[in-house]
Structures are given as structure tokens and as C-alpha cells.
Design a protein around this ligand. Structure first.
Ligand code: HEM
Length: 390
């Protein structure tokens, strides 16, 4: 087969035919360019995702990891350290009832829609999905009023890879350092002046006298910023794209808003934004005749497991009433997404507001551009216009 190269634009654009070949012919495939094995079958991914003693996260979960991140935050630690971080982060997260986000999410969506409808044409990622996700993040975290677009640009750079160097370049690393520096100042401010926001709740979270250290608060906050801005706005954009590409599904959702929730689950299966995450082999193990040694890198290709016919019938069909049990859109095992309920809720509210006011929309660009990333899949921009194609 043509090499499965994580730095190829074809994989950013449409990894699914490549995954199909991997699953059938090379279920434990060595990808030379990234120096990583790729697990593509549903059962293998679930087994590896749950067996953290063999497939460790301490080497980081980003395929091209960022400096100082491995071993320091939720996605990059194993139990017992991970259990402790997760319990403390969850305690902070749970202090704000999710329902308290409903009104702000609606408010942000309606304000974005007022601006969009005043113009008629818009760019979905910048003008809609990011307005809501970044706007909510600033409120939940109590961040000062800096340029939202600039923060989003830095988050995108932090999850991007450079095809020329097959990995990170200095711009990506600098963007992440800037985010860390910015958040570290915010954490210090909350220590001096506690507020009713997520950063303060992280700083105050305590279980049996145990608290997060300063660095853990900063790195956990950075994880929330990256996930809240990138994973969520990218997923919302992919969801809007699915409803564009499958107009019958969109019409059914417009006619019955009760179908939005199952349509979201199907999009998380069909093409989640979080396509692949890394693990590092901690104990020798054999898979499909390949002997994996301690230190070897392995990518759990969640996006591929979601299209495995062994688990999901007719996996390449987008069927909004499929209700796919056990899909991997939010991962599996100990590192299952901490923000899954929030992500579902924000997507549902935003899309309900959007479809009510814009039941018909169409893409206006020639060709979609996809961000370059070894982990994530997200459109750079979705230029659109209100109404049917005339
Ligand atoms: C639709 C949007 C989202 C998708 C598709 C998504 C997907 C994922 C996936 C696949 C993982 C597993 C990573 C791994 O296996 O190493 C993960 C972990 C995580 N996600 Fe999300 N996520 C989304 C939104 C969010 C949001 C909004 C937040 C919080 C603000 C969040 C916070 C986290 C955290 C903290 C982890 C690490 C959990 C741990 O390691 O214990 N995510 N996410």
C-alpha cells in the first residue's frame, strides 16, 4: 500500500480510505515518517486503551509531543498519579453545574447568528463555532478580555505539525509556551484573588488534604484550553459539515430537534476531530505478529476504530439514528474525555440555535483546507452562505 504518512495532506483531508486498508491488511502498521505503530481495529484500540500498564500515557498522548507536557497533566500520566489528577480536576469541573452553561451558550450563539444574518455569508469556524467555544471558555475560566481570535490561532498552532520537518517547528512550540505563560499568570492571580471560576476551583480542589501543585494547575488549565478551543470547535465544525454533506439528515434534524443528540453521536463516530492519540509501550507485547518493545510508540486511531465493520454495520454510511454504542469519539479507558458531557451539551445548544435561524446553508469555497496535525482533523475554514445554492 501507499505509505500511511501522518504528515501527508491526503491524510488530513480524508484518512478513511487509508484506515480501511490498514485495518484489513496491516492492523499493527509501522508508520516510518512518525516512527509510530498504528492500531486501526476497534477491538485492538479498546484493549490497548484500557491496558494502561502495557500502553502507557507517560510519554505523552500527542504524537508530536510538546515540551514539558509528558508526565505533567491528565492525558500524559498513568495511575495512580492520573487517578489523583483526574479526581481533583473532576471535583473542580463539577463545581459548576453544566446547566449553568446553557444560558451563556445560547446567548453567545444568538449574538453570533445576529452578526451572521446581518451579512448573509460567513465563515463557520471563525464566525460561529469558535465564537461560542472560546467565548464560553473565557467565561468558565474567568480569563481577562484578550483577543479571542489570537488565542484560538495559538491553540491551533499548538496542535499543528509542520509537514516539511515532519513534526513541530519553533512557531508551534512558541505558541504553546505563550499559552502556558499566560495561564501561569492567571493561576498566580487566582491564588492572590480567588474568584468563582474553574481556575480558582482547580486551585482550591482538595481530596483528603491532597491538592494540585502550581504546575499541575497550570498544565490542567492548558489541557482545558486546548480541548475546549480546538477539540470542541473543530468537532462543531465537522458536525455542521456532515449536516451540509447529508442534506436529508439535516432536514430531518430541522424538522425534529430531538434528532440533534443522536446526530451528534453519529458524527462523533463518523469523523471525530480527535482522530489519533499516542501511547508508549511499557511491557513487551505481541500484536498481529508484530513484537512491540518497551519504548515503542503506538497510535490509537480512534477515527479508524469508529469505521470498523467488525463493530459497526455499514460503517461508512452516515446514519443519524444509528445511536452507536461504544464509539471512540471521546476515547476509551482511563483517559476517556473529561469534557464529553460539556462538549455534547454545547454542540447541541449551538446547533439547535443555528438550524432554527439557518435551516439551509451551503459551502461557498472551492476546496476545503484541513489543518496539518498528526492527532487531530479539523477544517481550517468553512466559508458558507445562508440558503440553498442558487
Ligand atoms: C467534541 C469535542 C471533544 C472531543 C472529540 C474530545 C476528545 C477527546 C479524546 C479522544 C480524549 C482521549 C485522549 C487520549 O486517549 O489520550 C480526550 C481527553 C480529554 N478531554 Fe476531550 N474532547 C472534546 C472536548 C473536550 C472539552 C470541551 C474538554 C474540557 C473543557 C475536554 C477535556 C478533556 C480532558 C481533560 C481529557 C484528558 C482526560 C484524561 O486523560 O483523563 N475535552 N478528549
Amino acid at each position: 500500500m501507499e505509505a500511511f504518512d501522518l504528515y501527508s495532506p491526503a491524510i488530513d483531508e480524508n484518512p478513511f480510505p487509508y484506515y480501511a486498508e490498514l485495518r484489513e491488511k496491516h492492523p499493527c502498521y509501522w508508520s516510518e515518517s512518525a516512527g509510530i505503530y498504528i492500531l486501526s481495529r476497534y477491538d485492538d484500540i479498546v484493549r490497548a486503551g484500557q491496558d494502561w500498564e502495557t500502553f502507557s500515557s507517560t510519554g505523552g498522548n500527542l504524537i508530536d509531543e510538546l515540551p514539558n507536557r509528558a508526565g505533567a497533566t491528565l492525558g500524559t500520566t498513568d495511575p495512580p498519579r492520573h487517578d489523583r489528577l483526574r479526581a481533583l480536576a473532576q471535583a473542580a469541573f463539577m463545581r459548576k453545574n453544566l446547566q449553568a452553561l446553557t444560558a451563556p451558550a445560547e446567548e453567545l450563539a444568538e449574538a453570533a447568528l445576529d452578526r451572521i444574518l446581518a451579512r448573509g455569508s460567513f465563515e463557520y469556524v471563525e464566525d460561529f463555532s469558535s465564537q461560542i467555544t472560546v467565548g464560553l471558555l473565557f467565561r468558565v475560566m474567568g480569563l481577562p478580555d484578550i483577543d479571542h481570535s489570537d488565542l484560538r490561532r495559538k491553540v491551533i498552532l499548538s496542535i499543528s505539525t509542520d509537514k516539511a520537518v515532519k513534526g513541530r517547528n519553533q512557531t508551534h512550540i512558541d505558541a504553546f509556551s505563550w499559552i502556558r505563560g499566560f495561564l501561569s499568570e492567571e493561576v498566580a492571580k487566582r491564588r492572590r484573588d480567588p474568584k468563582d471560576d474553574l481556575i480558582t476551583h482547580l486551585a482550591e480542589a482538595e481530596i483528603d488534604g491532597d491538592r494540585l501543585t502550581e504546575r499541575e494547575i497550570e498544565m490542567t488549565t492548558a489541557t482545558f484550553v486546548m480541548a475546549g478551543v480546538e477539540s470542541l470547535s473543530s468537532f462543531m465544525s465537522v458536525f455542521a459539515l456532515n449536516l451540509h454533506d447529508y442534506p436529508d439528515a439535516r432536514r430531518r434534524v430541522v424538522a425534529d430537534v430531538g434528532l440533534i443528540a443522536p446526530a451528534i453521536e453519529e458524527s462523533l463516530r463518523f469523523n471525530t476531530s480527535a482522530q489519533r492519540f499516542k501511547r508508549t509501550v511499557a511491557k513487551e507485547v505481541e500484536l498481529h505478529g508484530v513484537s512491540l518493545k518497551p519504548g515503542d510508540k503506538v497510535a490509537l486511531a480512534y477515527g479508524s476504530g469508529n469505521r470498523d465493520w467488525r463493530k459497526f454495520a455499514s460503517p461508512d454510511v452516515y446514519e443519524i439514528e444509528r445511536r452507536p454504542q461504544g464509539h471512540l469519539g471521546f476515547g476509551t479507558g482511563k483517559h476517556f474525555c473529561l469534557g464529553s458531557q460539556m462538549a455534547r451539551m454545547v454542540t447541541e445548544i449551538s446547533m439547535r440555535c443555528f438550524l432554527k435561524r439557518i435551516p439551509e446553508y451551503h459551502l461557498t469555497g472551492e476546496k476545503l483546507m484541513w489543518n496539518s496535525s498528526s492527532n487531530f482533523r479539523s477544517p481550517v475554514a468553512l466559508p458558507m452562505a445562508v440558503g440553498k445554492i442558487s
